[in-house]
Write a protein that binds this ligand. Structure first.
Ligand code: RTP
Ligand code: MG
Length: 139
């Protein structure tokens, strides 16, 4: 059975351009409840650890630099079928391919600076949420 939690980050470009409110509005209107929320900044080392699964990909170095370039907003979200439904709400990785009404269609600037992250499995949602939040920071 699909889990009811996913993890997201509002990425540095979207935070810098004052889109925290617009993006959280789309998230809540999409039927998700914000269980945990934190504005923070990843060091290069921590960004490298978060994206360790992409270590062998050609874009890894740039991705780590970009994700540590400014503050981000981390959130745990709750909804039935959360992982799959959230990936539908954010749209394709490349905003040029993102569907109308998706967060990336509205806010992403490029394939790298694409406004938001969304977990790709229940297992990773758990791991990524635990990366940012203690038990007493979830409600
Ligand atoms: P995310 O993990 O951030 O939700 O994005 P995703 O699943 O749609 O994409 P993924 O393949 O996991 O890639 C992670 C992030 O790396 C950057 N990227 N850059 N320059 C490139 O070709 C490239 N490809 C991916 C994006 O920021 C992407 O979200
Ligand atoms: Mg991914």
């Amino acid at each position: 059975m699909a889990g009811n939690k996913t993890f997201t980050m509002i990425k540095p470009d979207a935070v810098a351009e004052n889109h925290i409110g617009g993006i959280t509005k789309m998230i809540e209107e999409g039927g998700f409840r914000i269980v945990a929320m934190k504005k923070t900044r990843l060091s290069e080392e921590r960004a490298g650890k978060f994206y360790e699964v992409h270590k062998e990909r050609p874009f890894y170095g740039d991705l780590v630099k970009y994700m540590s370039s400014g503050p981000i907003v981390a959130m745990i979200l709750e909804k039935d079928n959360a992982v799959e439904d959230f990936r539908k709400l954010i749209g394709a990785t490349n905003p040029a391919q993102a569907e109308e009404g998706t967060i990336r269609k509205v806010y992403a600037k490029s394939i790298e600076a694409n406004a938001v992250h969304g977990s790709d499995s229940d297992e990773n949602a758990q791991i990524e949420g635990d990366f940012f939040f203690a038990a007493d920071e979830r409600f």
